[in-house]
Design a binder for this molecule. Structure first.
Ligand code: ZN
Length: 261
């Protein structure tokens, strides 16, 4: 732990951001408190789920198509709690997500259509969590696919050139906010929105077995990440700056009007 750099309070807020996740519920376990806070302060957010979570059941006899429909409905309900402007499902196979050109094109399409200043995704370098456990292969794959779609494909008009011809022009994402990172650099104070994160998570009813221990786990996690910056609750990110602030998105805590432009 001695070589871990200090975590700073986050001070930057994108006017538009996109969360790219592998499964329904990842975005809610991940940056939902941050997303709810930023949206409350005037940002626009969009959620992309690469799969519909069709392998997320303990019983092997489960119908994967029925499960996918259930999980999409749960994710849409959770997204409404957080306040996203919309959700896209790319319908890739759960447990078999591949960072291939088809997925990259799908993500570039989403990025060029919504034109976010920041993309939030799993840190693809997290193979094992520092506090134990393996990071699901789909999580790592979705994280890497998001990074590869942001840079360089989304900004390069010669990547998937038919997209530009269809009006989906190149777009530069200024920053990556990587969640579930073993090397976080900033933490977003989510003291005011951790309750909304919990509410969003509870919308994923098919995935929750013991509600009480589940709630305790989420609150403990938020409290521990808050300790790093001296607040009651937080979400930590490893921030990668790709473009310095040409468009000058709003400072965190700033008014909605400051985000315009
Ligand atoms: Zn997941």
């Amino acid at each position: 732990m001695t070589d871990t750099p200090a975590i700073a309070p986050n001070t930057w807020r994108p006017a538009r951001f996109m969360v790219i996740a592998a499964h329904p519920d990842d975005a809610d376990f991940g940056p939902a408190g941050t997303a709810a806070r930023w949206i409350g302060e005037g940002s626009e957010g969009w959620l992309v789920c690469c799969t519909s979570g069709d392998a997320g059941a303990d019983d092997w006899r489960t119908d994967p198509l029925e499960l996918a429909a259930t999980r999409e409905a749960e994710q849409r309900a959770a997204a409404a709690v957080v306040g996203y402007a919309g959700v896209t499902f790319l319908h890739q196979p759960d447990g078999a997500l591949a960072n291939d050109l088809a997925l990259r094109e799908g993500l570039v399409r989403e990025i060029r259509a919504f034109r976010p200043d920041a993309v939030l995704c799993v840190d693809p370098e997290t193979l094992f969590y520092s506090d134990g456990g393996v990071n699901h292969v789909d999580h790592r794959t979705a994280g890497l696919a998001a990074v590869d779609a942001v840079y360089p494909a989304a900004r390069n008009g010669l990547s998937f050139p038919w997209l530009a011809r269809d009006g989906l022009l190149p777009h530069k994402v200024a920053r990556l906010y990587l969640f579930w990172s073993n090397r976080p650099t900033v933490a977003v104070d989510t003291s005011a929105t951790v309750g909304r994160k919990l509410e969003a998570l509870l919308a994923h009813a098919s995935q929750i077995r013991d509600r009480e221990s589940f709630e305790e786990r989420i609150r403990t996690w938020a409290r521990e990440e808050g300790e790093a910056i001296g607040v009651a609750a937080a979400e930590a990110f490893r921030v990668i700056v790709i473009e310095e602030d040409a468009a000058a998105p709003a400072p965190e805590g700033g008014s909605a009007t400051a985000a315009a432009g």
